[in-house]
Design a protein around this ligand. Structure first.
Ligand SMILES: [Cu+2]
Length: 75
């Protein structure tokens, strides 16, 4: 099991726990980069007036993407 999970909320993806154990070396996207994701989501939440991505949020988006890529996820 991933140590990344010890700091996360328990409801993250309980129903997929068995699958996760089968691929321990690849964490779930919802288990990683949580602070980055939170910042990004917060930013987007407060900038909903435009359809396109607010430029002020781009740095958070990039940070999140870079983090996810570090775990092998393409965002
Ligand atoms: Cu998770």
């Amino acid at each position: 099991m991933s140590e990344l999970h010890t700091n996360t909320t328990p409801s993250c993806h309980d129903e997929t726990k068995k699958q996760e154990q089968a691929q321990e070396d690849k964490p779930k996207p919802c288990c990683v980069c949580k602070p980055e994701k939170e910042e990004r989501d917060k930013c987007l939440l407060f900038n909903t007036e435009a359809d396109e991505t607010p430029a002020s949020c781009q740095e958070f988006i990039d940070k999140y993407k870079a983090c996810m890529r570090g775990y092998g996820f393409e965002v």
